[in-house]
Write a protein that binds this ligand. Structure first.
Ligand SMILES: C[S@@+](CC[C@H](N)C(=O)[O-])C[C@H]1O[C@@H](n2cnc3c(N)ncnc32)[C@H](O)[C@@H]1O
Length: 388
């Protein structure tokens, strides 16, 4: 077997269909090791988990192995506030999983000399790949974190590219560099910023990870029209870090119970739909597309049982469903003007009745002027129902 390195990873990515031949020269000209920092927390493919810290000086072989593995690499915790040798609370910057990097670049369908805006410079790898493809003079990359932005700019320059590196809130786009032919975000959003649509030429493309409040996430490929809207399909599942200004900040369950012990004034019923069925990434996404401001949280107990909590973002309603392995019926409590479990259950059964469509069959239309997001199935005229 070949040693870990750029050529072996290239074969892996090509076998997976992620690295297309038109991106191979950029992959070779901007190798990943030039952009991965000396201090890293290697991740695992498809899992929100990080290994212990690896330093390039301390363990160069492990560092190299991580760089040339198809997995994400965490490079910052807690917006840089955590600097210790362990792990912070939340990973806030990374060098993304190569499969995801090249799948998204493929979805971007760039042509030579396209003007491209990237949101989320991170380590600078994606920006350098774009520089090779469309020319550094056509690339603007925006990073909200000052320290990450500076380090990335230095690395991009050392690799021989000189795009415009901006420190700022990428939700505003970068008007001075507009109009763009392509916009690519490498942090996820729940609301596509209107500025991205306004700063993109009609016919241009926006590729961004998008996730509804309930959970699940997928990459949206939106084509900008001349009427201030952008619309298109999702291309596949993703799990990116949320744009800093759009992070979820859920209130504690205590705030929903009005000072009373659970189940407070909750009305009891039962369900045959297992909480397990509504907890996977795809059904979560399908439920999220049909519900407004509902988010789940599982309170887990040592014996393998758990309580699924549902809360609304307006702090008016809550629901719980108790899960026990082996049961076929589960206790439900609901409180407030919204019956949140009933909403989630209706959304799940709607998705199930259509044969459990995958991410790629869903799409989204966004209106820059009023911020409306309209999800659909198969075509824009088949809008999803909003339950509740
Ligand atoms: C997954 S990393 C980006 C990976 C990067 N494209 C690369 O090639 O290494 C996500 C980045 O988005 C940045 N970010 C979060 N919110 C942002 C915002 N509002 N504007 C610009 N960047 C933002 C984070 O600081 C983080 O560095």
């Amino acid at each position: 077997m070949k040693e870990a390195g750029p050529e072996r990873l290239a074969s892996v990515l090509m076998d997976k269909g992620a690295l297309a031949s038109d991106w191979l020269p950029a992959y070779r000209r901007a190798p990943r090791h030039l952009f991965v920092p000396d201090v890293i927390w290697p991740g695992r493919a498809g899992m929100n988990r990080q290994d212990d810290r690896v330093t390039r000086d301390g363990d160069p072989d492990l560092w190299w192995q991580a760089v040339y593995t198809d997995a994400p690499i965490t490079t910052q915790w807690d917006d840089g506030a955590y600097t210790g040798p362990g792990k912070g609370k939340v990973p806030t910057s990374s060098n993304s999983m190569p499969t995801m990097v090249f799948s998204m670049l493929d979805a971007l369908t760039v042509r030579e000399t396209d003007r491209v805006l990237e949101v989320g410079t991170g380590t600078g790898w994606n920006a350098a790949l774009l520089c090779h493809r469309v020319g550094p003079e056509n690339v603007v990359t925006v990073e909200v974190d000052e320290a990450s932005a500076k380090d990335a700019r230095d690395r991009i320059r050392q690799a021989g590219f000189h795009p415009l590196c901006v420190v700022g809130d990428g939700a505003q786009g970068y008007a001075d560099g507009a109009p763009y032919d392509r916009v690519i975000a490498t942090c996820s959003v729940g609301s596509v910023p209107g500025a991205w649509i306004e700063q993109t030429r009609p016919g241009g493309v926006i590729v961004t990870p998008w996730g509804p409040e309930y959970g699940g996430e997928a990459v949206a490929r939106l084509v900008v029209k001349g009427d201030g809207t952008a619309s298109g399909n999702f291309t596949g599942s993703s799990a990116f870090m949320r744009m800093r200004q759009q992070r979820r900040a859920p209130k504690h369950v205590r705030e929903y119970l009005g000072g009373q012990p659970w189940p407070a004034d909750g009305v009891k019923s039962s369900t045959v739909l297992s909480p397990e069925a509504v907890g996977d990434w795809l059904p979560m996404f399908a439920i999220g597309l049909q519900t407004l401001g509902v988010f789940p949280w599982a309170e887990r107990y040592e014996d393998g049982t758990y309580t699924l909590w549902l809360r609304d973002t307006d702090v008016t309603s809550w629901a719980t469903v108790d899960y026990e392995p082996g049961r076929t019926e589960y206790d439900v409590y609901q409180s407030g003007p919204r019956e949140l479990w009933s909403e989630v259950e209706a959304a799940y059964w709607w998705w199930d009745a259509r044969g459990c469509p995958g991410f790629e069959r869903f799409g989204l239309t966004v209106d820059a002027e009023n911020g409306a997001h309209t999800p659909w199935l198969d075509s824009p005229d088949q809008r999803l129902p909003i339950v509740g």
